[in-house]
Design a protein around this ligand. Structure first.
Ligand code: MLT
Length: 322
């Protein structure tokens, strides 16, 4: 009996659990680059809550704001690569910032490893209800007639709302003053209060306020109208073709064991396969990636391609900040 037990235990110890087998054994920190209440924070809370159930461990949301998300991403890039500190971000924080900020303390393509691609938000062109405009053409005309008098919210240089503003300026020739916030959650509250007058904002952030009649929507920055908001025309329908969507993702510090990345990826895929979560995200106008697109290798290829694409777009843009 003893021998068999010993053999069993030896066998067991010989097949000692790989590092990933015991993971996660304590709460996981999900570092969010923007303030609570915005689209990235919402994505983190929806995804984190369900991944926690999948993995049987709590996800702790850490809103590490400032510098358009570069503080949060740096925090994860320097974290111990043990799977307990992961980064959520998007086109702005994990791509555009690499072209806009010259002295980043990390390399977005080599100091982080891709974990899973997450949903993408089209953007809405929205204003305060107090604005005397109701169509995109009227809004463009009003902005051109009132240069430097209209303020618009962003989440800082390189944020999604900043990229949306640049795309709007390029498509319409109109401009507005860019007012940076720690996230577009706080920014949209100021839009509701007419402290600022215009935003190009992710659908998940603005659509609930549009539906509640608290702000006015003019167009969606997508090739086609969204099933979630069929009455909102595309910017192209108004004569201003512009397509910009803010895709999101999860990353971990370089050196995170592949079996841990695989566990996190599996939990993320299971999360986006949950019918209730899919319905909630699609109702916010979000486009969900397929499991194949969410795979770490596929997401890494996508990330690198986006990085190269936006480096060209932003390369000669006058938005370089030190
Ligand atoms: C942005 O890029 O504008 C951010 O996603 C805003 C936010 O998430 O608060």
């Amino acid at each position: 009996m003893l021998r068999r037990t010993v053999v069993t235990s030896l066998a067991a110890s010989a097949a000692a659990p790989a590092f990933g087998d015991t993971y996660p054994s304590r709460p996981i920190s999900l570092v969010v680059p923007f303030a609570a209440g915005g689209p990235t924070d919402l994505m983190a809370r929806i995804v984190g809550e369900h991944m926690a159930r999948e993995l049987g461990q709590q996800f702790v949301i850490d809103n590490a704001t400032g510098a358009a998300g570069t503080i949060a991403v740096g925090k994860v890039a320097r974290a111990v690569p043990d799977g307990y500190t992961i980064s959520i971000g998007h086109l702005g924080t994990h791509v555009a910032n690499g072209s806009i900020y010259r002295n980043l303390s990390y390399d977005l393509l080599t100091d982080l490893v891709p974990v899973a691609r997450l949903p993408s938000n089209p953007m809405l062109i929205v204003t305060a209800n107090a604005m005397p405009t109701h169509t995109l053409k009227e809004l463009v005309g009003y902005l051109k007639a009132n240069p430097d008098r209209i303020s618009g919210g962003t989440a800082g240089m390189g944020s999604g709302s900043h990229l949306g503003a640049l795309a709007f300026f390029g498509a319409t020739g109109a401009k507005y003053q860019l007012v940076p916030y720690r996230g577009t959650g706080p920014a949209v509250q100021d839009l509701i209060a007419n402290q600022i007058q215009v935003m190009v904002d992710q659908s998940s952030n603005s659509l609930p306020h549009v539906r509640a009649g608290k702000i006015r929507a003019y167009a969606v920055t997508a090739r086609a109208r969204s099933a979630a908001m069929p009455d909102i025309a595309t910017a192209a329908e108004a004569g201003y073709p512009m397509e910009v969507a803010i895709w999101h993702g999860l990353w971990a510090p370089k050196g995170t064991p592949t079996e841990i990345v695989a566990k996190l990826n599996g939990a993320a895929i299971a999360t986006l396969q949950d019918p209730a979560i899919r319905a909630r995200m699609e109702d916010l106008g979000q486009d969900l990636p397929t499991p194949a697109e969410m795979a770490p290798a596929a997401f890494g290829d996508f990330h690198r391609a986006e990085f190269a694409k936006w480096k060209k777009i932003l390369g000669d843009a006058a938005v370089k900040v030190e």
